[in-house]
Structure formats: C-alpha cells, structure tokens
Write a protein that binds this ligand. Structure first.
Ligand SMILES: Cc1cc2nc3c(=O)[nH]c(=O)nc-3n(C[C@H](O)[C@H](O)[C@H](O)COP(=O)(O)OP(=O)(O)OC[C@H]3O[C@@H](n4cnc5c(N)ncnc54)[C@H](O)[C@@H]3O)c2cc1C
Length: 390
C-alpha cells in the first residue's frame, strides 16, 4: 500500500533534519575524501528510508514512487553524491521487487529495507553502455545453476554492495530478448570486485568494475523467466530517470539560490553585482530554466503515477533530458556568478558543477533520451494528452 500524504510529510520533515544536521556538514568532506559515508547510510536506514521501495510484507513501508524522488531532490541540494547513494538502492532493488520469486524477495528485501544490505544494479559493460542489448556477459545453464562469465563497468556501489542484480545474455542471438537477470550475493565464488573509478564528481559514491569468473548462480536466483530481464531493466529505468532529474534539480536549485545570495552580497563598480543588468539577466535565465524543468519533472511524475504507458516513459526521458541539461547549465553559470571564488573549493558551487555532469550520462545519456523521444514522435506525434492538464 502506498504511503499517504501525512506520512509523506512526516518522512520529509525527518529527511530535512537529516540533511541539515548530518549530511550538509559532511558534504564537502565526503567530496574531498572520496569515501562512501557509511554513517550517513546508517542514519538514513534508521529513518526507514530504504524501505520506501519495498512492500510491507518484505520489511518495507512502500512501494512508494513519489516520496523517494522528493527525498533525492532534497538531499541533492547539499550532496548530489549522497543523494545517489540513497536513491541507487531504489534502482537496484526494484528489479527484485518486480521480478523476484517469493523466496528471493523474502531472502533479500528485508535486509535491503533495513539498510543492512546495499544492492547494486549491474547492466553496463565496457562494450555495452548506451546499447544495453549489446552486453556480452554470458549466463550458460548447467543443471540447477547458471555459470556466468563477463565484465561490468561503472557499477554504483559495486565495491560495497551485499547483493548484485546481474544482467547477462542467456541467448546471445536473441538481442534484448536474450537478456536474463540474476540476484547474486557478494560472497559468491567467482564474483571479483575490481577497482573504483576516480571521477570528476560524485565523490563518495563508488563506481566499480566487476568481473565474473565461472560465477555459479542457482536457477532459483533468476528474476522472472529467461529472456524477460530487458523489460525489467527498462521499467526500472523509467523511475531512475525521474530520480536522475530529481538529483539534477536539487543540485541546480542549490546553485541558483547560492548565486542569488552571492550576487546580492558581492559589490563591484559600487553596487551589488545582481544590480548589474548583465548579471541579473543571467540569474533570470537560471531561475527560469530551473522552474521550467521542475514543472516538466512534476508532470512526468504524475504521468508515470497514472500508469506505466509508453507515453509516460517518453515523458520521463524528456524530464531527464531537460532537468540534467538545465542543471549542467545553471551550475556552470553559478561558477560564473561567483567569479574566481566559483573555482575555489572554499565555495560549494564548483562541486555542484562537477557532480551534475554525470547526470547527463547515466540512466541513458541525453543523446539516447533524444533518440527515444524522436522515435516516439516519428511514430505517434507529440506525446500530449487530449486537452490541457490544469
Ligand atoms: C557515475 C556513474 C554511475 C553509473 N552507475 C551505473 C550502475 O549502477 N549500473 C549500470 O549498469 N551502469 C551504470 N553507469 C553506466 C551508465 O549507464 C553508462 O555510462 C551510460 O549508459 C552510457 O554508456 P557509456 O558510458 O558506455 O557511453 P557510450 O554508450 O559509449 O556513449 C558515448 C557517447 O556516444 C553517444 N551515443 C551512443 N550511442 C548513440 C546513438 N545511437 N546516437 C547518438 N549518440 C550516441 C552517447 O550519448 C555518449 O555521448 C554509471 C555511469 C556513471 C557515469
């Protein structure tokens, strides 16, 4: 059962306290040390936040689509990196919620909801990024098991996860219909955890390479039927795109707010720089872009809440495209507003700019969003509803 409005308000109030008292004071340090903040993950778990994606019968308080998006947005205002640490749990456990057998759900979901088991979503590979159907990791049936061999790249929380949802080809000739997914605990022999990447931003959120060397996984750990996993991955990605938008909008909001405050304080040519029209126009464009992106994001959430239609999925892609492009632009503009101070680690806007770049790349790059939106328009015209939604 979805949580009601009053419960949502209560949760968001507790998140605001967590953000103010625990995450904000640590954000710069997490970035500088590039270390996953286990204490914050535990603090989020104590509020029950990882249970939001998980039904009550498996230890959660959900599933609820909207509340996690609002939480991601709030956390990203102070730490985009920890916002990803929080929300990646949703991306990674949703395939189990959608496609897991009763036994798999009972085995893994309560630990994930309690924050004791961190899940990871393992789709991308060195040769299969945007073209996810081109993955080459292979799962070959051997009696009651599959034997998995291959390599994954860019896996969020790959080095710290307790359970991995691994996408692999069970039929290499069947394109996306040959993709199956498996739930694999960390201690399974043959699961080799590689190094974490050093990225320009999102420090503190590990992004890891994984190798599978004759990894033996029971057939019972497969999600859904053989060949059904691509659908599970795409369904998961609709919400992930709205979440990516949430993180981008949170960071962008912070960038615009900080820019306004700084421009009111900083004096050049005898007056606050916000009183110079050239800079005031820049702030106006930042605020307008952000407001437009936020409106589309909310509309896309409403559409997906009403039903998982093709149109709702295209809208989620549109929201992701606009929100992340706006976030990249306004965080870069924020650095401009701050002048040389904007480049300094003594001010948080350079971190915002470094962090949001990844949002244009993961959960489907913005070129891939355009490809999907364009193909939809070619076939169906504009993805608008009849009448005006007011
Ligand atoms: C911080 C971070 C965390 C991530 N976490 C995860 C995770 O947890 N799990 C996971 O599975 N993956 C994860 N990823 C991987 C991410 O999903 C991929 O990086 C993404 O799908 C793009 O793939 P790629 O990097 O291989 O780029 P490529 O696919 O090689 O694309 C390179 C460029 O070519 C463009 N391009 C490609 N094809 C087309 C086309 N047909 N038309 C026009 N342009 C095109 C792209 O838009 C891009 O600009 C993560 C990535 C990052 C950066």
């Amino acid at each position: 059962m979805a949580i009601d409005k009053a419960q949502r308000e209560q949760i968001l109030e507790s998140v605001d306290r967590l953000v103010r008292d625990k995450i904000a004071p640590r954000a710069a340090e997490i970035d500088a040390r590039d270390e996953f903040p286990r204490d914050l993950y535990k603090a989020a778990a104590e509020l029950g936040l990882f249970g939001l994606w998980i039904p009550e019968e498996y230890g959660g308080i959900g599933p609820d689509m909207v509340t996690p998006l609002l939480i991601s947005e709030r956390i990203a205002r102070v730490s985009a990196s920890f916002s990803l640490s929080f929300s990646n749990c949703g991306d990674a456990c949703t395939p189990i919620v959608i496609g897991g057998s009763e036994a798999l759900k009972r085995r893994f979901l309560p630990g994930i909801a309690a924050g004791e088991i961190i899940p990871a979503f393992c789709l991308s590979e060195p040769g299969g990024g945007s073209d996810a159907a081109a993955i080459t990791t292979r799962a070959v049936r051997d009696g009651d098991h599959y034997v998995i061999n291959g390599r994954k790249m860019w896996i969020t929380n790959g080095s710290i996860a307790g359970v991995y949802t691994i996408f692999a080809k069970t039929d290499p000739d069947a394109g996306h219909k040959g993709v199956s997914a498996f739930v694999v605990p960390r201690d399974t022999p043959g699961l080799v955890i590689g190094r974490d990447e050093t990225l320009i931003g999102l420090h503190g959120s590990p992004t890891t390479e994984l190798t599978f060397e004759n990894l033996r996984v029971p057939v019972a750990n497969r999600l859904g039927e053989e060949g059904e996993a691509f659908k599970i991955a795409m369904e998961t990605l609709d919400e992930a795109r709205l979440n990516c938008s949430a993180m981008a909008l949170g960071a962008a909001t912070s960038a615009v707010e900080q820019s306004i405050a700084y421009a009111k304080e900083r004096v050049q040519f005898g007056k606050p720089i916000i009183e110079h029209q050239g800079l005031q126009f820049l702030v106006a464009e930042m605020a307008t872009g952000l407001t437009a992106a936020r409106a589309l994001w909310k509309e896309s959430i409403r559409k997906l809440e009403r039903g998982r239609t093709r149109e709702a999925s295209v809208h989620a892609g549109m929201a992701k495209l606009i929100a992340t492009d706006v976030a990249m632009r306004v965080t870069t503009d924020a650095v401009q507003v701050f002048g040389a101070n904007g480049l300094s680690r003594n001010y948080p806007v350079e971190r915002l700019m470094r962090d949001v770049k990844a949002f244009q790349i993961f959960d489907g790059t913005n070129q891939i969003q355009k490809m999907v939106i364009g193909r939809y328009c070619q076939k169906n015209g504009l993805p608008l509803e009849e009448g005006i939604d007011l």
